[in-house]
Design a protein around this ligand. Sequence first.
Ligand SMILES: O=C(O)CCC(=O)C(=O)O
Ligand SMILES: [Fe+2]
Length: 159
Amino acid sequence: MRFNFYPTCPCSDKVWGLIAHRDPCMLTILQQDSVGGLQIQTNGQWLGVATVPFSLVVNVGDMLKAMSNGRFQSMLHRVVTNSSKQRLSMAYFCNTTSDAMIGVAPALITKDRPAEYRPFGYAEYSCMPFHPSDLTSIHEYRPHRLDSYKIMPTDSVSE
Ligand SMILES: O=C(O)CCC(=O)C(=O)O
Ligand SMILES: [Fe+2]
């Protein structure tokens, strides 16, 4: 569980509350107050997540993306700062144990949709640094950390 406190920021056009990232866990259950500021990236566009009273935001993490063979997407998200209102959010991260091996659920591997990821340890994954561009060029495309475990289709040899 993490409490995120975002103080008011006089340079809200230059400072991120939280830089763009994907959650590394299975699922995040987020309670946010009414200030707003959470944004998700979809089709290259940043969209604000509405604040709905008494509701929770459920965010898919990278582990669920891998286990579902990409059926569930872990969204890139960030938080912008606000020059006049402080903000509070509470994130509950649903995690595997740190020694868990993560793999695509066998029932979701088919001939038409082979496993997209090789098995990996959650501990190794969660220690992997964010891509350096996370800290510099927020707007650029950056590879997904899960891509390190992607199974590349082998070129078939034609006769
Ligand atoms: O504060 C928010 O709305 C998002 C928090 C978040 O993305 C996180 O804690 O991973
Ligand atoms: Fe997050």
